[in-house]
Design a protein around this ligand. Structure first.
Ligand code: SF4
Length: 702
């Protein structure tokens, strides 16, 4: 009977909530009385049909009643719906006014790593050709810039994983440094479980015990901020015990002698004291990794979001090179990216120093290639601007007056978030493109409604470098438009039709292919036709008959001499991190929980995900809590040099006694980024999110 009264429509899509990009199906069920939706996993080479809780409920926010369906303009402090024509002509007028009064660079562009490759590419072109400003950067700067910079400097190029995910299963030793895969990318955990079944030794490095460290054979529970020193300890023991691969080093690497000399001058007992990790455990990690024939190192934000994140990752890459564990089956590196298109969105020109295909904006040949594809003179392309947080500093200083913000929530995601709100409040003009009225969008003069992942068509690149095509499952909600259409609409309102006339996402992709051709991230050989209904192609893919590249660096690295560059890494960072003191006696570190994505703008709208984690919390060791008079599950005030927040305490013996942990998915008074340090890594300009000093008080005592 049910079959007679219900209709089912099934469409293929992929999850928008992390870089695994699990394939899934949206099932729409229509009965006489109502329509319901559910999501089910779809077999594919990466997640193999698995979904985590975020994926299972990913559709909920897309159907939420708070979705924006019309452009909104602020009048007397209130948002009122307006037509697209009115919104676009107002935006053009304001941008032209600002650029006439204060110059082209008075406008800025802030992008996202959750958008498609086509949209990321178009954002770069929009800034340089549409607005002619040098000020563009994106939220990926806060996410994977340290790993990207380390890969580029050590290997000559950066791709999330140097090997396909399934190689993890037969690697003999795996170091998981600052990554909580079991909570953040749960569907790839079976690769590690399979590796264990095959006899692999797994080492986890994290100040907290997590669902991931529980899978490990050895957990190095280091003091926050000491990852670079810990890697020095591991590397020194590998060198001292003659566990290096001298044939590989001679043939394929530069800089080993300098590193060896530097390590000779380091004291292991000092490293033990600095990191808080027992020397016997550092030794066990080093010997285990050094002795195995194959090994992989995977890093994530725990190592990377620090003022020495870039060089700390390079030290883990030093370990791989010194032991010859790269460029062969079961051996390699991976940066486990968090954002859904963390890989693709960093390849096509949203970064201030990059043009599509990972080309450099300061390289004359690279500029000429891209300028030709775009149909402009190379010397008309702006030069390099500054990183995301530095753009915000320029807003505060009054140098940047306007912002085009796409699918990002910088007030919640940046460090020292109260300063960020103050800086953005000084803008003369802010346009926000979003699904919902985020905390940042509330400050906007105009909000433009965009389409959700279910309504978009475009390519995405997962953490392996696998490019896939995500086709639309449904039509746009209300008057919402695709990000790429919005970018073109604004550019065209500014009189740039000749550069921004596309009829569909595929048109943009075909231009991207030309722009990336011959670059490091070469997409030229990938077409929609090759992707449609298939399992994706791993870049580089330089020709139409190229199968894609599963494993990188088998014969040579991407530097001009084909060799990897090892580098000396000091135990102490050049930019000092905060340390606990009398006034702020505890380390604060931050991270994710399984049910939420980034600043929670989408996942907090999902009833199922919100029910799982409806508020923030502070994890604290019971011993520390008792000393401070803090009971379990009571409200506490956490204060740093930059502000205070109020969250609920959660006792846990899984955290160090000198550290508290707070997740970063909530806004306003629960936003932990209000507390976080805003010093930047000197190489990649990543803020030092993971290490701040705080004091904690029971709210009754405040
Ligand atoms: Fe897969 Fe990540 Fe989505 Fe979970 S959040 S279903 S692991 S893509």
């Amino acid at each position: 009977k049910q079959k007679q009264t219900q209709k089912e429509k099934v469409s293929d899509t992929q999850c928008p909530f992390c870089s695994v990009q699990c394939r899934m199906q949206l099932v729409e069920q229509t009965s006489v009385t109502r329509k319901t939706y559910r999501t089910v996993g779809l077999d594919n080479p990466t997640s193999k049909g698995r979904l985590c809780i975020k994926g299972l409920h990913a559709h909920q926010h897309a159907f939420h009643k708070d979705r924006l369906t019309q452009p909104l303009m602020k009048r007397n402090g209130e948002f009122v719906p307006v037509s697209w024509d009115k919104a676009l002509s107002y935006i053009a007028e304001q941008i032209q006014r600002i650029q006439k009064e204060d110059g082209k660079n008075a406008m800025s562009v802030y992008g996202s790593a959750s958008i498609t490759n086509e949209e990321a590419y178009l954002m770069g072109k929009f800034a340089r050709v549409g607005l002619e400003t040098k000020y563009i950067d994106y939220n990926g700067r806060l996410c994977m810039s340290a790993a990207a910079s380390a890969g580029a400097l050590t290997f000559g190029m950066d791709r999330g994983l140097t090997n396909k995910l399934d190689e993890i299963s037969y690697s003999e030793c795996i170091i998981l440094a600052g990554t909580n895969i079991a909570e953040c990318q749960p569907t790839i955990m079976p690769y590690f479980e399979q590796a264990k079944e095959n006899g692999a030794f797994i080492i986890a490095i994290d100040p907290r015990e997590t669902a991931t460290t529980k899978v490990a054979d050895l957990h190095l529970k280091l003091k926050p901020g000491t990852d670079a020193a810990l890697a020095n300890g591991i590397l020194k023991i590998i060198v001292d015990e003659n566990l290096t691969d001298q044939v590989f080093i001679q043939k394929r690497a530069n800089g080993f002698e300098e590193v060896r000399e530097h390590l000779a001058g380091l004291s292991l007992s000092e490293i033990e004291e600095k990191t808080g990790v027992a020397l016997k455990d550092i030794r066990r990690a080093a010997i285990s990794f050094g002795k195995k024939a194959t090994g992989m190192i995977l890093t994530a934000r725990g190592v990377e979001q620090q003022t020495d994140g870039s060089i700390a990752v390079r030290n883990f890459l030093n370990i791989l090179i010194a032991t010859g564990k790269i460029g062969k089956p079961g051996s390699g590196y991976g940066a486990i990216t968090g954002q859904s298109n963390g890989q693709g969105a960093r390849e096509h020109g949203q970064k201030t120093d990059q043009l599509p295909g990972y080309r450099s904006i300061e390289n004359e040949e690279h500029r000429a290639h891209v300028a030709k594809v775009w149909g402009v003179e190379p010397d008309r392309l702006p030069r390099k601007g500054v990183s995301a947080f530095e753009m915000i500093q320029k807003m505060d200083q009054g140098e940047i007056k306007g912002l085009f913000l796409l699918c990002s929530n910088p007030i919640v995601s940046n460090p020292n978030a109260r300063f960020v709100k103050k800086a953005l409040s000084k803008l003369k003009f802010l346009v926000a493109v979003d699904l919902f009225v985020s905390e940042t969008a509330k400050l906007a003069d105009v909000i433009l409604p965009t389409t959700s992942y279910l309504e978009d068509e475009g390519t995405m690149t997962n953490l392996e470098g696998r490019v896939t095509l995500r086709e639309a499952s449904k039509s746009a909600l209300g008057e919402a438009r695709h990000d790429w259409q919005i970018i073109c609409d604004v550019a065209n309102a500014l009189g740039k039709e000749q550069y921004f006339s596309y009829s569909c996402a595929e048109d943009i992709f075909n231009e991207l292919r030309q722009a990336s051709k011959g670059g490091t991230a070469d997409y030229y050989g990938i077409t929609y036709e090759r992707l449609r209904g298939k399992e994706g192609i791993l870049w580089p893919c330089p020709t139409l008959d190229h199968p894609g590249t599963g494993r990188l660096f088998e014969q040579s690295f991407a530097h001009p001499d084909g060799r990897a560059e090892m580098t000396v890494v000091p135990n102490e960072p050049a930019i000092q991190k905060e340390k606990p003191c009398d006034e702020y006696p505890l380390y604060l570190t931050t991270g994710r929980v399984m049910a939420h994505y980034l600043t929670g703008v989408q996942t907090r709208k999902s009833s199922s995900l919100s029910a799982r984690h409806f508020e923030s919390f502070m994890e604290i060791h019971p011993e520390t809590a008792k000393n401070l008079g803090i009971s379990d599950q009571t409200l506490v005030q956490i204060t740093s040099r930059r502000g205070s927040i109020i969250v609920r305490s959660r006792w846990s013996t899984q955290i160090r006694t000198d550290t508290v942990f707070v997740p970063f998915h909530w806004d306003e008074s629960q936003n932990v980024n209000r507390l976080v340090e805003d010093k930047l890594d000197p190489t990649c300009r990543m803020p030092g999110f993971k290490v701040s000093a705080v004091q904690v008080e029971a709210l009754d005592n405040v």
